[in-house]
Design a protein around this ligand. Structure first.
Ligand SMILES: Nc1nc2c(ncn2[C@@H]2O[C@H](COP(=O)(O)OP(=O)(O)OP(=O)(O)O)[C@@H](O)[C@H]2O)c(=O)[nH]1
Length: 302
């Protein structure tokens, strides 16, 4: 293990922002690896994910929160609780504000929540690649007037601009501390959670509005075996839960075409992550109103 400098800093950092603000993409860019799933539909993130960024000068443990919105279902309420919990006991907060969108009521609602934490709040002006440099300057002025941020850093997770600078600014807000996780750790999620998130990501890709966020994934069985040729093989049986029969049809597609496509995409990303061959068996189940069913939510880990 390399030597830890005496002025090393470490702590927990909440990444907040309204749905679609770019939190998951920024988390992945900061870690340099995919740990959070992303999509262009709001409210993709359902879990509080811990991603770990380790640098020469410190270690930031990122808590990726679900986009904040007014709760309509029991799932919504639990997500809200998860966000509030994740703002307690953090050492710093990063609030994502997209460069290409005006500050709105959703952001102001989050400012109010952020005021309740004692931790410094850094503004990350995200998606700067989508606007002209002069617009970034205007945005910085708008953001500095809207809230008393400790620092403001414009960043593009997609173009990779200023991601390192943001990491440096965030680490500087953390208290002096030895590393809290091993230096090579990137996440504390279980393999099962990561696999189910990758399957959910594949399920959400290319879906039109008719199947919004009624999709949940459970891993029913997972087994490490070998192929006939003796190579390591990960066998996974998973269920895709939807709320209605009509949604089941959408997921399966004509003659099962969509489901096969989901299986192929998910298998590829799982193989990439684990570096071994994967056999993936997917079942689609209708679990009526799972977002309102306490038993089902518990099973899914909410
Ligand atoms: N051009 C560009 N697009 C970005 C950037 N960061 C995120 N996006 C896009 O913005 C959309 C939302 O990004 P996410 O990272 O999923 O947003 P999120 O805040 O985690 O969203 P929720 O999970 O809904 O809370 C995706 O389509 C991303 O590809 C960026 O730096 N540049």
């Amino acid at each position: 293990m390399r030597e830890i400098p005496a002025d090393f800093r470490a702590g927990f950092v909440a990444i907040i922002g309204r749905p679609n603000a770019g939190k998951s993409t920024l988390t992945n860019a900061l870690v340099g690896r995919k740990v959070a799933i992303t999509s262009d539909r709001p409210e993709t993130t359902r879990r509080v994910i811990r991603a770990i960024v380790t640098r020469e000068d410190g270690q930031a443990i990122l808590v990726d929160t679900p986009g904040m919105h007014r709760p309509r279902t029991l799932l919504g309420e639990r997500l809200g609780d998860m966000v509030r919990d994740s703002l307690e006991d953090v050492d710093a907060v990063v609030m994502c504000l997209p460069a290409n969108e005006k500050i709105g009521p959703g952001d102001r609602y989050i400012f109010e929540m952020a005021k309740k934490t004692k931790a410094p709040v850094v503004a990350a002006i995200t998606k700067t690649d989508l606007v002209a440099p002069t617009e970034v300057a205007t945005k910085i002025a708008e953001v500095s007037e809207a809230y008393d941020f400790a620092e403001i850093v414009p960043v593009s997770a997609v173009a990779g601009n200023q991601v390192e600078d943001l990491a440096g600014v965030v680490v500087a807000q953390l208290p002096p501390s030895p590393p809290l996780y091993p230096l090579d750790a990137v996440t504390d999620q279980s393999e099962e959670v990561m696999i189910s998130e990758l399957i959910r990501e594949a399920g959400l890709a290319d879906l039109r509005e008719e199947l919004p966020h009624s999709l949940a994934v459970t891993i029913d069985e997972m087994q490490e075996t070998t192929t006939r040729a003796g190579e390591p093989l990960l066998r996974i049986h998973a269920s895709l839960h939807v709320e209605r029969n009509s949604q089941k049809g959408i997921i399966i597609g004509k003659k099962g075409a969509r489901l096969s496509q989901i299986g192929r995409a998910a298998r590829q990303s799982i193989q990439q992550l684990f570096g071994s061959k994967v056999y993936l068996d997917l079942h689609v189940r209708v679990s009526k109103d799972w977002q309102r069913d306490p038993k089902m939510l518990n099973r899914l880990g909410f």
